[in-house]
Design a protein around this ligand. Structure first.
Ligand code: GUN
Length: 292
């Protein structure tokens, strides 16, 4: 087996952010306004804090304006809904996100459904989900969009191929399967497997492309992968590790050490899908600003 192509999401994301920054400077030079992304962060979950911090940093790199709106864990649903209403009505804000998960006393779906579809740069509102599912212009969720972009930039053929998506979340699994199925994106034959799939291993073994978004470290093992397959790892579980400065490391859903030698191409964790996700949020915000 030849060595696999290691798909470098970090470098690809850096290139795309430079492309976005150039476009922003062009817009500003013509008298246009800088795109403005707002992020709502509730509480102090370590993962959410890091994601939002990185989103704000990416705004700086791209030349966007950014706003961070913070609430403590005890914020009421009514207060959050009022915040969403304000952002919907604020003409200076092109797009915004409410970082998930939210505390259990808040109905996440109710908050999402309050976001204007025109500012829903996460692509989580039912209008955007529905539009995506029938191939209409919309905001596409950042992680699946980033994976499609990586496959495209690495010239990985997907048309007609067997693709297995592991996981059925609203944020990754479902939209990923939808995009991989659609003629204008993946054009692949798609199977979605999840924690209750009886034939999960067999399905994976037949796949040309496996997209693992199941949230279990090292779940995809070498015996589940066909030689020559392309493996995309969406997992980012924090695993305690006393040797690391922060006391944890990020672990993907793929047993990289044993799976990589079998693959034609594979994404690492970190440095694979993760950086692309934030970069696609920036692209969605640029799209929102250009529409507005
Ligand atoms: N939590 C984990 N991923 C995401 C994301 O892409 N957007 C939001 N809003 N919350 C998340």
């Amino acid at each position: 087996m030849s060595t696999p192509v290691i798909i470098d999401g970090k470098a690809t994301a850096a290139t795309i952010k430079q492309e976005i920054a150039q476009e922003v400077e062009r817009i500003v030079a013509q008298g246009g306004k800088r795109p403005h992304l707002a992020a709502v962060l509730v509480g102090h979950d370590g993962g959410s804090e890091t994601y939002v911090k990185n989103k704000v940093l990416a705004c700086e790199t791209c030349g966007f304006q950014s706003s961070l709106i913070r609430y403590e864990d005890d914020v009421t649903e009514a207060e959050l809904l009022a915040c969403v209403d304000r952002l919907n009505a604020d003409p200076s804000v092109d797009g915004f996100i409410v970082q998930l998960p939210l505390p259990p006393h808040i109905d996440e779906q109710k908050i999402i459904e309050r976001i204007s579809p025109l500012k829903d740069v996460d692509g989580f509102t039912p209008i955007n989900v529905g539009r995506m599912s029938i191939g209409l212009p919309c905001f596409i969720p950042a992680t699946p969009k980033g994976i499609i972009e990586l496959l495209r930039r690495y010239h990985i053929e997907t048309s007609g191929k067997r693709c297995v998506v592991l996981g059925r979340s609203n944020i990754v699994g479902k939209p990923m399967a939808m995009l991989m199925m659609q003629k204008q994106y993946g054009d692949a034959t798609v199977t979605v497997c999840h924690s209750h799939s009886l034939t999960l291993k067999e399905e994976c073994r037949q796949a040309d492309i496996i997209i693992a978004a199941i949230g279990r470290p090292g779940f995809l093992t070498a015996d589940m992968v066909k030689p020559g397959a392309v493996v995309i790892d969406v997992g980012t579980t924090r695993v305690p590790d006393a040797t690391r400065p922060k006391g944890f490391r990020l672990s993907g859903d793929v047993d990289f050490e044993h799976v990589a030698p079998l693959c034609s191409a594979i994404t690492p964790v970190p440095g694979g899908v993760g950086p692309m996700t934030i970069c696609m949020l920036m692209l969605n915000t640029l799209q929102a600003a250009q529409r507005g």
